[in-house]
Design a protein around this ligand. Structure first.
Ligand code: HEM
Length: 211
């Protein structure tokens, strides 16, 4: 952006600051908190954590950051299940530019809309035993409806950073569980959801030990 400004003068300083802020706000906390929730949920479900470690070990050739990442179906399922139960961006705020209709609800231009992106993800109609952490629902393709999961939003404004985020999360999980184990330092029930633009695990502390 700075080069573009220097060479073509199409971006103002304000444009650059606004874009840098969007990328930081939209890209950093979301990915970091998804990783934190995933690790927290794994620490509460040792059998799922052990299965992840086994899957990583099967494909581990000693390279700390293998590229391209091997196909790790259990890790993918763990990430999806974490994003379903603990979506870091559970709400979005929209404003239609024209009168419109969503389903059978008429909405006038300019009406502020507050959408709960995570509503379907916790609905028993789409996910059996919806409150429980069960990554196998994604590997068995049972009790899970992909159409009800929107952790990255949808449509034309769907998160443009989703592939980067998923790659970062997979690489971090691979690096962590290849060599280390996480020991939570608190009663799991004391960990709370804290919503401040993104939803983070409040009070989650862990120590990392070599396994
Ligand atoms: C797990 C990580 C992430 C989650 C859960 C997430 C989630 C979301 C959601 C729900 C939206 C709103 C989409 C909509 O309006 O339908 C969004 C927008 C956006 N995200 Fe992400 N995001 C993540 C990571 C990232 C990363 C890594 C970047 C960039 C480096 C990024 C950049 C953006 C930008 C620029 C927008 C605004 C797009 C627009 O309004 O056109 N996000 N994200």
């Amino acid at each position: 952006m700075v080069l573009q400004q220097k060479d073509h003068q199409m971006l103002t300083d304000r444009d650059i600051v606004a874009n840098a802020l969007t990328l930081l706000l939209a890209g950093e906390d979301t990915t970091a908190n998804t990783l934190a929730w995933t690790v927290y949920l794994l620490s509460r479900h040792p059998e799922a954590e052990q299965k992840l470690i086994q899957e990583i070990d099967q494909h581990n050739d000693g390279d700390p950051l293998p590229w391209p990442l091997p196909s790790l179906p259990w890790m993918n399922a763990v990430i999806k299940e974490s994003m379903r139960l603990k979506p870091v961006a559970p709400q979005i705020y929209l404003e239609p530019m024209n009168d419109t209709c969503i389903g059978d609800v008429e909405i006038s231009k300019g009406t502020p809309l507050f959408l709960a992106l995570h509503a379907g993800a916790l609905d028993e109609a789409y996910f059996s035993d919806a409150q429980s952490f069960d990554p196998s629902r994604w590997t068995n393709r049972e009790g899970a409806s992909m159409n009800a999961l929107f952790p990255f939003g949808g449509g034309a404004r769907m998160c443009p950073g989703r592939s980067l985020a998923l790659t970062e999360i997979k690489m971090a999980l691979h690096a962590l569980y290849s060599n280390f184990k996480l020991i939570p330092l608190q009663d799991p029930n004391s960990v709370r959801e804290r919503f401040a633009f993104t939803m983070a695990p409040l009070n989650f502390r862990a120590t990392i030990i070599r396994r």
